[in-house]
Structures are given as C-alpha cells and as structure tokens.
Write a protein that binds this ligand. Structure first.
Ligand SMILES: O=C(O)CCC(=O)C(=O)O
Length: 275
C-alpha cells in the first residue's frame, strides 16, 4: 500500500500520491453520496445557503466542512484503516483526526490560492497533514492540486492578499521567482498526502463540463498538545487538547547575496487566521 519509495518521496518533497488507495468504485460511491447531500440540503458550516440560482459556481456547490460530525460515511472514511496506515507510516506515529471537507469545484469555479495548512490549523508542537482523495480525474484544465515541492521545510510564511478573481480565499503566500509549482495529476481513488507546511493550492476549473471533486481529511501529529477544536484518535475516541497559541511570527523572503531566503520576523495578519 505504502512503500519505501513513497516514504522517500514524501520526505524529500513534502507530499506523495498513493495511487488507487481506494478503488474507483469507492470513489464513485463517495462522489454520488456527497452530490446527493449537496443537492438536497444545507448543513452546519456551509458558507452560503439556498443559492442554486447564483452565477458563482461555488455558491451553487459550496464546500462542505466537518461532515464527520453529522455524516457516518464521512466519519468512517476519516478513520479508514488504509488512510491511518499511510499517515502512521509517513508521520512515524498514529495521528489524531481533526477535520473533513468536500470540495465540489464545478466547471468555471475559482481555485484556492497557494497556502500552508498549518497556518490555519495550528497544531502545536509539530504540524498537520492532509489526505486528499480524488473523486474525479484531476488535471490542469479542471484545476488539479498544485504543490511547491520541498516547501514543507519552510517555516509558516506571512500571508499577502490573494487575487479573489481566481481564488475563493483572500490570502496567499509569496514564492520566489523561478520557484517550481507543480500540478498533481490524479485519478479517482488516488490519495495525495501532504505536510502542513507544504505550499499548495489550485487554479480555477477552466472546463465547461467537468467537476473536480475531492474529499479531504486533516490530521495532526499524535504528539500535538494544542489544537483549536475537537480531535479524534483513529479508533474514534475523542482527545482533549489545549487551545493553540494565537497568531505568531511568520517568515518573509529576503535577499541574501542574490539568493532568496526566509527570515522569520513578521507577524501574521489577524484577519487571515481562519480559512
Ligand atoms: O482542493 C483544492 O483545490 C484545495 C484544497 C486545499 O488547499 C486544502 O485542502 O488545503
């Protein structure tokens, strides 16, 4: 399921795709399950309600969040043994589960500007980790994930304003000129695991007829002692953690003899502390 070469790739790059971790049939089941939920109701955490007539595709298909609190299918997936095994191998310790999300990303929807997840999740000490399950074929046309390989070694960067014509979130992180941002092509059932400091995001879905749906789980390292929210052991029992410290220092790029390096000096934007 997860090999030494997956682990080596993850350690070098901060992300890794485990192909066919779930079968295409399981991915189709999740895709249909969440489409039916989305089309038939509003749920806790929805950013907008009853907007089927909106011109903004993201208002017709808003992201779902924390579905595991009210949907047993989401809860079972979040704690799935295959995901647990991959995370435990990559993190070298069983994690705690903290968040589920479903992105529908319909045709013409905006993406999400480049960011680092632990800026939002604030697992302390240590970091968070994502399991991103593709429910559709993902490519550049429909706005696949984009990653900055190796950026998991960077500290959390100070954010800047994002272009909200292409991103539904309004903050982003700067990256130096020439830095590679790589698309991650995936098939339904493939799962992308990535580190909480990895810079990642996605561009708009430029197609007229293809969704790019993804089921996302967020986890924190099992030695984290602070987290702002409910955490779960992978056996489904709740864990009590102290609240994380608020916005702290963040890094800015400076020029050192012609080479961009990060200096941790800045203060996080207070307005950019929730996703
Ligand atoms: O699915 C996307 O387009 C972005 C998801 C993401 O950035 C995340 O899960 O942190």
């Amino acid at each position: 399921m997860i090999s030494d070469s997956h682990r080596k790739f993850y350690n070098e790059n901060g992300y890794v795709v485990v192909e066919k971790l779930l079968s295409p049939d399981e991915a189709a089941f999740f895709r249909d399950h969440f489409m039916e939920l989305r089309e038939t109701g509003n749920y806790p955490g929805d950013m907008v309600a009853d907007t089927k007539q909106s011109r903004d595709p993201l208002k017709r298909y808003p992201r779902m969040i924390q579905m595991h609190n009210w949907d047993d299918t989401s809860l079972r997936w979040m704690l799935d043994e295959r995901i647990n095994q991959c995370l435990t191998t990559l993190l070298e310790r069983e994690p705690f589960a903290v968040q589920t999300m479903l992105y529908f990303k319909p045709p013409k929807a905006r993406g999400q500007a480049l960011h680092q997840d632990n800026f939002y999740l604030k697992a302390q000490p240590g970091t968070c980790m994502a399991a991103w399950l593709a429910l559709d074929p993902c490519d550049e046309a429909n706005g696949c994930m984009q990653v900055v390989p190796g950026s998991h070694r960077w500290p959390i960067l100070c954010t800047q304003k994002a272009d909200t014509k292409t991103s539904f979130t309004d903050v982003t992180v700067p990256i130096p000129e020439g830095q590679k941002v790589e698309p991650v092509f995936m098939q339904p059932g493939d799962t992308l695991f990535f580190h909480g400091s990895l810079v990642h995001g996605s561009f708009p879905n430029s197609t007229t007829n293809r969704f790019r749906r993804a089921l996302i789980g967020h986890y924190i390292e099992g030695n984290s002692q602070k987290y702002n929210g409910q955490a779960w052991r992978m056996d489904g029992t709740p864990v009590r953690l102290a609240p994380s410290d608020g916005g702290g220092l963040c890094g800015v790029w400076v020029d050192e003899d012609g080479t961009p390096v990060i200096e941790v000096v800045g203060k996080q934007l207070a307005s950019a502390l929730s996703e």
